[in-house]
Design a binder for this molecule. Structure first.
Ligand code: GSH
Length: 211
């Protein structure tokens, strides 16, 4: 099987890179230089017309959207036990939290990090304020959930959704209220950071913060 991950350090490709390492999947990593707008190059746009990372090319099939890629990888490696069986109530919870990350947190982060996209440069402050509110309310909801049903999103069992959540928690590290300020979230992050694959993806991407 040939697997190529297109990414950029510390970006949305991190969760895919991390999971490939956690699952022991051999892959080739192609880091794009955002400073040189390589994600908008004709060659890359031919792979992902959105001009965003990640893109995972598996035997010629292009996969995009980090949550979708993570779910596919977890399903392809059932021995790792990171995705509950289809049709079970745990699978329902898994979809719920995966898509909470994808529908609620991801777009809010997009607005936080690219605040001129929704309504131009003159509305950047209002967009950021709104994005910040969405992210903080999401953290409160996840924190309440983990406090009652944790320590992982699905209870006692770690799933691929916890990897996605951890990446998203990391992205708040320089925001006014980082996720670490919620004790249940900090405890969840500490468990995930203790995985050897976390240290390894940090090493490979040259990351040093939020350890
Ligand atoms: N919903 C997408 C988000 C992808 C995304 O926004 N990626 C950012 C990096 S975190 C990107 O490629 N930014 C470069 C750009 O938009 O030019 C996913 O989860 O894969």
């Amino acid at each position: 099987m040939s697997i190529v991950l297109y990414g950029s350090p510390s970006s949305a490709s991190l969760v895919v890179h991390w999971l490939l390492i956690e699952l022991g999947v051999e892959h080739e990593l192609r880091m794009l230089d955002f400073g040189r707008h390589e994600q908008k190059s004709p060659d890359y746009l031919a792979i992902n017309p959105q001009g965003r990372v990640p893109a995972l090319v598996v035997d010629g099939q292009v996969l995009t959207e980090s949550a979708a890629i993570v779910m596919q990888l977890a399903d392809l490696h059932p021995q790792a036990g990171l995705a509950p069986d289809v049709g079970t109530s745990a699978r329902g919870d898994y979809y719920r939290w995966m898509l909470f990350c994808a529908y609620t947190l991801m777009p809010a982060y997009r607005n936080w990090f690219y605040p001129d996209e929704p309504a131009g440069p003159e509305n950047v402050e209002r967009v950021r304020e709104s994005a910040r509110g969405v992210v903080e309310r999401a953290w409160q909801q996840v924190s309440d959930h983990l406090a009652e049903h944790g320590p992982y999103l699905l209870g006692g069992r770690r799933s691929a959704a916890d990897f996605l959540l951890t990446m998203l928690m990391r992205w708040s590290r320089n925001m006014p209220r980082p996720s670490d300020g919620w004790p249940a979230l900090a405890a969840h992050a500490a468990r995930m950071k203790a995985l050897p694959s976390f240290a390894e993806v940090y090493r490979r991407e040259g990351l040093v913060d939020w350890t």
